[in-house]
Design a protein around this ligand. Structure first.
Ligand code: PLP
Length: 361
């Protein structure tokens, strides 16, 4: 089976992680309840690490530990959303956002994209209303694999600033960043708190440390964010009532010891090159991924679900673009075995040839 369906990291966690787990488990009170927002020394270490990397000025009170990005996004949305308020997402997008927003009776508002998958700025401007509470930006992006550069971020934040003034209310920019560390070819992922005051960052160690099953991440709320004190209080309570109750203590202690550790991404880059070059040689159309570990492929036939069905005949598994609100494309996760990708290219070639023999539209 040539399985390109799931975004489950294929690279083993760095050995420092397993060592930190073994060490942390011996510590006093590691299994106890704690302050809902997390251990203070862990939050402090994260704040210091961010300050060093991004020239920010955070301290422990700006950080809330959470159960991965999924937990973090739910904590943020629970804290800011009232019924019927709107949250803007950029097509194509991680469809779980719909479920998270609906959890708090919010409304999903989709913004169209350009051919290169950057958001259509005019559509963004038109979709912001007095009901807009937040906008979610996922950078690097799942499923398109693109990185929104500084220029794109400035265009987005300028629109948000203008609309905040127009409606005289805060519009929160939620930066969903589980793929922040996975970037290729020297692309830079801007740190959004620098560009816009009402930014809330949701980070996860699922991909950067290859530990998605362990459920650990954090939320950053800068002091200049609108209603900072209430937000922090609401988020601390949200972690208590949404059902997960504080981020896992053992993994918080691991983060403290490995705060600047990341997995070696060279294998993903190699996989990206093999897959991208191989597919282009077969005749497929796609944009070279700049970050994350997904390649968004234009379906050679109009109905991408039909394309996925045909691919199954060759034992190739992919996710249809309609699962990301963008039909006509398919997503391939290349966080998988390199040899498997090499072999799969031969199958993609046969698949392309079969399609070109028949009158598909
Ligand atoms: N956001 C995006 C865009 C994702 O792709 C994922 C997981 O794949 C998540 C959030 C959730 O990640 P986590 O494991 O940190 O909850």
């Amino acid at each position: 089976i040539y399985d390109f369906s799931l975004g489950n990291p294929s690279i083993e966690p760095p050995s420092a992680i397993n060592e930190a787990i073994m060490e942390s488990v011996k510590e006093k009170d590691v299994h106890a309840y704690m302050n809902n927002s997390g251990f203070d020394e862990v939050k402090k270490a994260i704040a210091q690490s961010l300050n060093k990397r991004f020239a920010t000025h955070f301290c422990s009170k700006n950080i809330i530990m959470c159960s991965g990005a999924a937990g973090g996004l739910n904590v943020v949305l629970k804290s800011i959303l009232n019924e019927e308020e709107e949250v803007i997402v950029f097509i194509p997008y991680f469809m779980e956002y719909r479920n998270y927003i609906h959890n708090y009776q919010g409304k999903v508002i989709e913004v169209a994209c350009e051919k290169n998958f950057e958001p259509n700025m005019l559509d963004l401007e038109n979709k912001i209303t007095s009901k807009t509470k937040a906008i979610i930006i996922n950078n690097p992006n799942n499923p398109s694999g693109i990185v929104y550069n500084e220029n794109v971020i400035k265009k987005i934040t300028n629109i948000l600033k203008k609309k905040e003034k127009e409606y005289n209310q805060a519009i929160y920019l939620i930066a969903d960043e589980p793929y922040r560390e996975i970037v290729y070819d020297n692309n830079k992922v801007p740190y959004l708190t620098k560009y816009y005051n009402d930014t809330i960052v949701v980070y996860s160690y699922s991909k950067s440390l290859s530990i998605p099953g362990e459920r650990i991440g954090y939320i950053v709320v800068p002091e200049k964010t609108d209603d900072f004190k209430n937000l922090i209080q609401a988020m601390s309570i949200a972690t208590r009532i949404l059902g997960f109750v504080n981020a896992p203590s053992l993994l918080q202690k691991v983060v403290l010891k490995c705060v600047d550790t990341v997995v070696d991404m060279t294998e993903y880059e190699k996989n990206r090159d093999i897959l991208y070059n191989g597919l282009k040689e077969c005749g497929y159309e796609c944009i070279k991924p700049q970050g994350a570990f997904y390649l968004f492929l234009k379906s050679p036939i109009k109905d991408e679900q039909e394309f996925c069905k045909l691919a199954k005949k060759y034992n190739i598994l992919m996710v249809p673009g309609s699962s990301f609100a963008y039909p006509g494309y398919v997503r391939l996760a290349f966080c998988t075995d390199t040899q498997m990708i090499r072999k799969a290219i031969l199958k993609f070639k046969e698949l392309f040839e079969e399609i070109n023999k028949k009158p598909y539209i």
